[in-house]
Design a binder for this molecule. Structure first.
Ligand code: SIN
Length: 475
């Protein structure tokens, strides 16, 4: 049964440590819990536990590892309501979205339970008689999983599921804003009977210090990080001296392209998810709306109508669609981006520019966005729509590619040929065509360009946690 855990989880034990830090409700700043602030010694102990547990865990048959993942998923689903409540308290998101996140998070555990059963190797035809070429997939080793605050459960299970399925052990360092979700998952692992040392969770107030210690730890063989591109580059650099394997799931700058023949009702429905899921705090959030001239006015009008129905408030209150942004820095950033756009000529066509003082940011729709505005290049991570008109299809696709990021793109058009051209032309790891949400356990999630390295979820998700071993054998 789920109960709020506040201590670090190291080697199968709940460790109070010597220092604690406050987790606060983003809605009103009220304290939610005082959580262990893992010091360097505790982080080192967690790495040592993961190293020690690795040989036995990798030796466990894949189906047995899969059974434990399924047990974790079942427990997560059984306690979904309370886990969703906890998520609302530490992250602030609206309750329906917290509930959806619990389901989404559990789906990765189920998916990778299946993958643990299917970690196939290969027998390759050899050139010489008597030779046998055998290829197996071996777990990389103890992994550092560094996760963000925007999806405290799902971003962890997408990594943890793959790592455990592959036979890797893990040390998780959750974001300082939302450590409770990761501790709840550690509790699920403990209750399911995952052996001690296989899953360790070390919350820390200073994420850079703890993350740096973890990435540099000699026992860690692989680092998986989800967060900003800026920090992802630091993580990658820190992994270089020991040539640790790195997976990076970084920022997006998603174009949301609406072509002239699009079903505008469908485009608006997709935009509401792509833009406002999690109050816009997602790396797959639509960041740049690019609308072909003939439908720009009609699309904008319909989008405003739908946006005007959104309710902002405390995530746990009935009828609330958008909770607060996670912290003051996020609120200030969104206000800065809107002010910058307005100062460079953007028109506020719905809502009011946020003041940066409140985390409760109401939706804003801006028209006349140009590449000179910071929000064309930076992730907004808030409920702000910025619309730019495109002269034609070619212009829209060129605009879509005008970014260093390449995580996801959304395109709305009814025309099959235009769909195919857009899918081929847009430089992005994922594309939603007439679809505003592409995230799902069975598909490879990840980016190109500066949006990251590697894929999470799908059968490819296991690749990042395994190495191929080739054996030439004369039986
Ligand atoms: C993210 O924002 O980091 C991921 C969102 C998702 O999995 O849909």
């Amino acid at each position: 049964m789920f109960e709020l855990r506040r201590d670090a989880y190291v080697n199968g034990r709940w460790e109070a440590g010597t220092k604690r830090f406050a987790v606060r409700d983003p809605y009103d700043g009220a304290p939610v819990a005082e959580v262990t602030d893992a010091d360097d010694a505790m982080i080192d102990a967690a790495v040592a536990a993961a190293v020690e547990a690795f040989p036995a865990w990798r030796a466990k048959p894949g189906p047995a590892r899969g059974r434990l993942l399924r047990a974790m998923a079942a427990a997560m689903e059984a306690d979904a309501a309370r886990l969703a409540e906890l998520c609302v308290r530490e992250n602030g998101k609206a309750m329906a979205q917290a509930a959806a996140e619990v389901t989404y998070a559990a789906s990765f555990l189920v998916w990778f339970a299946g993958e643990a059963e299917r970690m196939y190797g290969e027998i390759v035809p050899a050139s010489q008689v008597g030779q046998r070429i055998e290829v197996t997939r071996e777990p990389v080793g103890p992994c550092a999983l560094i996760t963000p605050w925007n999806f405290p459960y799902a971003m962890l299970t997408r990594k943890l599921g793959a790592a455990l399925a592959a036979g890797c052990t893990v040390v998780c360092k959750p974001a300082e804003q939302t450590p409770l979700g990761a501790l709840a998952i550690a509790q699920l692992a403990e209750a399911a009977g995952v052996p001690e040392g296989v899953v360790n969770v070390v919350p820390a107030a200073d994420g850079a210090r703890a993350g740096g210690r973890l990435v540099a730890a000699p026992g860690i063989r692989k680092v998986s990080f989800t967060g900003s591109t800026e920090v992802g580059k630091l993580v990658a650099a820190a992994a270089v001296p020991d040539l640790k394997r790195v997976s990076l799931e970084l920022g997006g700058n998603a174009p949301f392209v609406v072509l002239a023949d699009a079903d505008l009702e469908a485009a608006v429905a997709g935009a509401m998810i792509a833009k406002f899921r999690n109050a816009g705090q997602s790396c797959v959030a639509a960041n740049r709306f690019i609308v072909e001239a003939p439908v720009a006015e009609a699309f904008t009008g319909k989008l405003i109508e739908a946006t005007a129905r959104l309710r902002v408030g405390r995530g746990s209150d009935a009828g609330v669609d958008l909770g607060p942004l996670v912290d003051d820095a996020s609120a200030r950033k969104v206000a800065r981006l809107v002010a910058d756009a307005v100062s460079r000529g953007a028109l506020v066509v719905y809502g009011e520019p946020p003041d940066g003082a409140s985390r409760l940011v109401k939706p804003v729709v801006l028209a006349g966005i140009t590449p000179a505005m910071a929000m064309w290049r930076e992730e907004i991570f808030g409920p702000v729509v910025g619309i730019r008109v495109a002269a034609d299809e070619a212009d829209a696709l060129a605009q879509a590619n005008d970014t260093d990021a390449g995580l996801v793109a959304y395109v709305y058009t009814r025309d099959g040929a235009r769909q195919a051209r857009a899918a081929a032309a847009i430089e992005s790891g994922m594309i939603g065509i007439n679809e505003g949400l592409v995230s799902t356990a069975q598909a490879p999630f990840g980016g190109i360009k500066q949006s990251g390295i590697g894929r999470e979820g799908s059968r490819h998700g296991l690749d990042d946690y395994t190495s191929l071993k080739y054996v030439m054998r004369r039986p």
